[in-house]
Structures are given as C-alpha cells and as structure tokens.
Design a protein. Sequence first.
Length: 301
Amino acid sequence: MSNFKLSGIFPPVTTPFNESGDVDYAALSSNIARYNEDGLAGYVALGSNGEVVHLSTEERTRVIETIKRGAASEHTIIAGVNELSTRSAIEAARAAADSGANAALVVTPYYYKASMTQEAFVRHFTEVADKSPLPVLIYNVPQNTGVVIESATIAKLAAHQNIIGVKDSAGNMGAISETLRRSPASFQVMVGNGGILFPSLMMGATGAVLAIACAAPRACVELFLAVKAGDHQRGRELQNRIAPLSHIVTAGLGVPGLKAAMEMLGLVGGPPRAPLAAVSSSDRERIRAVIRETGLFPEIE
C-alpha cells in the first residue's frame, strides 16, 4: 500500500437530492459521466461537500457504489470516513473497501475537543491505519471540525506504512509548507483549498481535492498540468481566475453556493439537505457575476 500514488485533481463529489429530499442517484451518475471527460484523477465520495454528515449509512454505501460504477477504470475513488470513534472509523473504512473505494479519507475526530490532543490524533490514526484494508489519508478541515492536526503530528504519522498522505483544507500555506518540509518525500500532501492551489503545487503538493473542481473541473486540471509542465505564468493566471469563484462557493456560501454554481455550469446541483438551505436569489446573482468575471465560461457571459 505504501506505493499507492495520488496525483492530480479530485472533486469532492456533491450529493444531488430530488424535490422529495431523497438522494438522486441517477443525477449523481449523470455528473460523474460529465466529469469523466475533464481529465480528473478520480473522485472523493462522502466528503464535506458531499453532505456526508446528512447521509444515512445505506445512502453512504450507495453513493460510493454509484460513483465507482460511473467512474472510468483509471480513476481512483477515495471515500470519506467521518466517524468520530476509532472503532466506528475502522468499520467505515472496511465498508468503504467493500463498496469499491481505493483509499479512505479519515477526518480528525473532534466532538470532545478538549480531549483531542495531538497524542489522541496519533493514537486514533495509527489504530485506524493498522486495521483499515484501504490506505489512509488524514483529513484536516478545521473550519468544520474546530480542531487542527499539527504538521509535526502529520509528519510523525507519515512513518506508518498505511498512512499515505493528507488532505489539508485549512488554507494555511505556512502549515502546508511545514508538512511538506517535515514529511518524507513519499508522503502525499493534497491541498483542499482552491485559493492556494498554485502555490501548494509549486511547493510540492502532489494534487488537490477541491470543491471548486465540482463546478470548474477543467480549469483546475489545466492549472495542475500547467505547473507540471513548468508553465508558471499560465498557472498563476488560472489561479487568479479560479480563486474568487473558489472563495464564494467554499468560505462564502458553502455547499448550497457550490450546488448553485454547478447548476449554472450545466451540472446537476439541486437543493442541499436540511438544515442547509438553498441560496437566495441575490446570492445566486452574486455567484453568476463571479462566474462571468473569471472569463473561464464564455458560454454564460
């Protein structure tokens, strides 16, 4: 498992719901079919943007299976593991393997924040990695969890043969640089914030899991390929175009905003699941204005 390679752009696939509030698996398949044309490295099922915390166990299984079935053979499927106890996280990793996932993205446990020390994180991720049939990625997303796994802790965990990388969504370029500096060259750092995609790749990140890639996959892939080819001018240009749209559909309006942007760009967005609510008409116009300003989508200008 230590030879498992992650390189490229992965969208954290959104979960479409129909008017009744049920998961629309046909719409999910339709989005995957569209994404298959965009040069993506694979897909993340059950991430934060997939509204995983609002899905039942059965829905989570079916979402992974639907994405796996629709993906191309060369795509890597990463499944979110969002359980807060170590025991349940291990069970979820095993279930993800049974559903066809290739790797597990394991969130930092966070509910008992005062007890979630760096030592607790080491114990948790070590035990999950010991027992997971899938290679493990650490998921650092403090804007949702309220806890941070430090670069030194990530580097310590990187010594485990079944912990292959980290998805860092904090947006802290300094912390990502420190993780890259401290970790072995084989450890794969995936950036999870579209606002710092270009500098992260320049520093040595192997790829990215980006909400904005759900709405603008080709632009994200093009930026990745530009950096890989050494075309830094093109990479900077694309970063400047992508960043404002990334901001409004993540820190700005979140999943409802991302789904609205997807609809404007020809994908199935649909409503979020309560208690999340669809964006207002004024916010939809804000999103549309930012999409136009990027210059990436002449079809809606």
